[in-house]
Design a protein around this ligand. Structure first.
Ligand SMILES: [Zn+2]
Length: 132
């Protein structure tokens, strides 16, 4: 169990003390920024680095049963859908500042069905669609 909040405070303290440079912590790439625009949820938290705007949270999914969807950013509705049709997968929530590119992992949790159920559920859904 990792305390992400503690690690976040550590990074911010290092930044303030000069142990880390802005370039090292504000390194959200184009892909992450684009995901924040498309799938992000805006938060009430002001960016701790530039204080220019509120942070956006992006959820990334990782799991074998997700196939090509593994490693992509997903909206809340898509997460719900994936959770109903796929075996357990991990969601990483990353906060991003669209102004200065600060980004940090804030939360990680598991979603989805018990191992082996995803395939069965998806097959049944296909079957239903085929009949209707
Ligand atoms: Zn910022």
């Amino acid at each position: 169990m990792v305390d992400f909040a503690l690690r976040r405070r550590g990074v911010l303290a290092d930044l303030q003390a000069g142990g880390l440079s802005l370039r090292e912590v504000c390194d959200a790439d184009v892909y992450l920024q684009r995901a924040a625009g498309f799938h992000g949820n805006s938060t009430e938290t002001v960016c701790p680095v530039c204080r220019k705007e509120n942070l956006t949270e992006v959820s990334w999914v990782f799991g074998d049963d997700l196939g090509s969807a593994s490693g992509s950013a997903r909206s809340d509705e898509e997460l719900e859908q994936l959770a109903l049709t796929h075996d357990e997968f991990t969601v990483h929530v990353v906060e991003v500042c669209r102004s200065c590119s600060w980004n940090h992992l804030v939360l990680s949790y598991e979603l989805g069905l018990p191992e082996g159920s995803g395939k069965r559920v998806r097959r049944a859904a296909r079957e239903l669609r085929r009949r209707s």
